[in-house]
Design a protein around this ligand. Structure first.
Ligand SMILES: [Zn+2]
Length: 433
């Protein structure tokens, strides 16, 4: 039987992954439950809570009762924005599986309504349990349907309840050591610019820390390298779509809808400008329409790259569309071809540059007195302090789903292991070596 659960936590506490760990324990699930991140641009998903799915065999009645009892006990039902959904699917025909996969692919990248989810649920004979408005059914169903051509793993360690809300006791030095020994097979452990530890979230939460990596082996090895001086209730390894760009689709600007997650190729038509709040915006056109692309203040040094763009540059942008389909929130940027920028300088005479003869009046040689018209101006190419390649936001500003540049090249063999060493050296700053 397939089980999917979503939207059980709130800003104040709880955690769907913790519920998943309890369920796997109680139901005797073997293998790794899926932790599935869905479209991060949807306003009610801003916390980035994941949906979960797993498969289990046994007495259906018992399994369903255990699941629903645990959801009722642990879901933050008192919060207005928590609307859990649970789905049970006994078996799937190949057609139903395909239908569900299609639903996942849409839910991870676009806005999906509860009505659509209900109709898909009926098509695949899912037994649906809604709590309150039941919006969690969307994510629960999508998680069961998720297919992961590229996947990563996350090991999450949970605290004992009496420590919830207390300062977390993961030794910082040990996190750096773990990172040195396992990066880039594990990723987003730390933020090198801000010297921030990223594996331990803040707040009243059952999560002590979460380690993300390319394999079960590496996240387990990384966990063993950490020094933790508090009791750990349990650990659970999840299979996930985090760090895979599963949400991004190639799109034309004219076909954008609110909350789409997209990749657009186009030309810079308005050069970057700083606006209030430390954000940087520029205009992009792909021939079908125009859009503003934004690198917001929290993206830190990524904005330095964005500011170097100029009109005429051909680029590819990766990111999310907001409530109005006229702004894209940048997650990554690829410079394809730089425009040739020229500056206008005076012509030469008598071995040196002529000087201006006054606004709009052309040029004059100080030595021989010769004059030249405005049309004698010389265009000189200006060097660009930017190269073709991929650029990304720093780890602290990265969406769960965004694929870090280090994951674009899997370390295999000696040559690649050299490359990954190079990455370790070059990781300061946001550009690709
Ligand atoms: Zn002269």
């Amino acid at each position: 039987m397939f089980i999917g659960v979503d939207d059980t936590d709130s800003l104040k506490g709880g955690c769907t992954t913790y519920l998943a760990a309890l369920l796997c324990d109680s139901l005797g699930v073997t293998g790794y439950p899926k932790l599935i991140r869905l479209n991060p641009n949807i306003p009610y998903r801003t916390r980035g809570n994941g949906a979960i799915a797993f498969q289990v065999e046994g007495d259906a009645g018992k399994i369903e009762k255990t699941t629903l009892d645990l959801v009722k006990k642990h879901a933050q039902l008192g919060d207005d924005n928590t609307n859990p959904g649970v789905v049970f699917i006994h078996e799937l025909t190949p057609e139903q599986r395909k239908r569900l996969e299609g639903f996942y692919l849409k839910t991870v990248s676009e806005l999906v309504t509860l009505e659509e989810a209900e109709s898909v649920a009926a098509e695949v004979n899912a037994e649906v349990h809604r709590f309150k408005n039941g919006r969690g059914v969307i994510g629960a169903l999508a998680a069961v349907g998720s297919k992961l051509p590229d996947k990563t793993y996350e090991l999450i360690a949970y605290r004992v309840k009496r420590n919830y809300g207390k300062e977390k006791s993961v030794d910082e030095e040990s996190v750096y050591k773990m990172d040195r020994e396992t990066y880039p097979e594990t990723f987003d452990n730390i933020d090198p610019d801000k010297k921030q530890i990223l594996i331990s979230p803040h707040g009243y939460d059952p999560v002590l820390c979460g380690i993300r990596g390319d394999s079960v082996e590496v996240v387990r090895r990384a966990w063993k390298l950490l020094k933790v001086s508090e009791e750990v209730e349990r650990i659970q390894v999840f299979e996930t779509n985090q760090g895979t760009d599963a949400h991004l689709r190639d799109r034309r600007i004219s076909e954008l809808k609110p909350y789409d997650c997209v990749i657009i190729e186009g030309e810079v038509i308005i050069s970057p400008q700083d606006i209030e709040g430390g954000h940087v915006l520029f205009g992009l056109s792909d021939g079908s329409g125009k859009i503003a692309c934004a690198a917001y203040e929290p993206t830190g040094d990524f904005r330095k790259v964005v500011r170097k763009l100029a009109e005429g540059d051909r680029i590819r942008v990766f990111g999310g569309i907001g409530k109005h389909p006229n702004t894209l929130n940048l997650e990554k940027l690829q410079v394809l071809e730089l425009a040739r920028l020229c500056e206008r300088i005076p012509p030469e005479c008598c071995g040196r540059r002529m000087t201006s003869a006054g606004a709009g009046k052309g040029f004059k040689c100080r030595k021989c007195g010769k004059k030249a018209g405005m049309d004698a101006v010389v265009l000189r190419e200006v060097g660009r302090d930017l190269g073709p390649g991929l650029y990304e936001v720093p780890p602290r500003a990265r969406r769960h789903l965004s694929k870090p540049l280090v994951r674009f090249r899997q370390p295999k063999g000696r040559f690649n292991s050299l490359k990954s060493k190079l990455f370790k050296v070059m990781r300061r700053g946001s550009s690709e070596p």
